[in-house]
Design a binder for this molecule. Structure first.
Ligand SMILES: [Zn+2]
Length: 103
């Protein structure tokens, strides 16, 4: 720490502004959020529950196309419980004039 200026913060290309984590770490957390639940992410990455939400918000604001829902006609959400896997499976389908996808 500089005795004259104290602690100084500088932007770096590998981290978002005001983030405590690198872009790669945040990308991993956001990707995991599309595959598993928040509790699993907190245990795997050893971060707080609320931190997962903040990371997801930053990644979405930074990387998602704001026009991605233009022309959206319908959103259908189907939740079903698989008795074999005992896991909740979500299926989301979005219908656009020329596009339909599920995840
Ligand atoms: Zn200084």
């Amino acid at each position: 720490m500089c005795p004259e200026h104290g602690v100084r913060t500088e932007a770096v290309p590998f981290a978002r502004w005001d983030a405590d984590f690198t872009r790669d770490f945040e990308a991993l957390a956001a990707w995991l959020a599309t595959r598993t639940d928040k509790t699993t992410i907190t245990r795997m990455l050893r971060i707080h529950w609320r931190t997962v939400g903040r990371i997801i918000a930053r990644v979405c604001a930074d990387e998602l196309d704001p026009d991605r829902l233009d022309g959206l006609v319908e959103i259908g959400i189907d939740r079903s419980l698989s008795s074999r896997m005992r896991r909740c499976r979500r299926e989301i389908s979005v219908q656009r004039p020329a596009c339909r996808w599920a995840c």
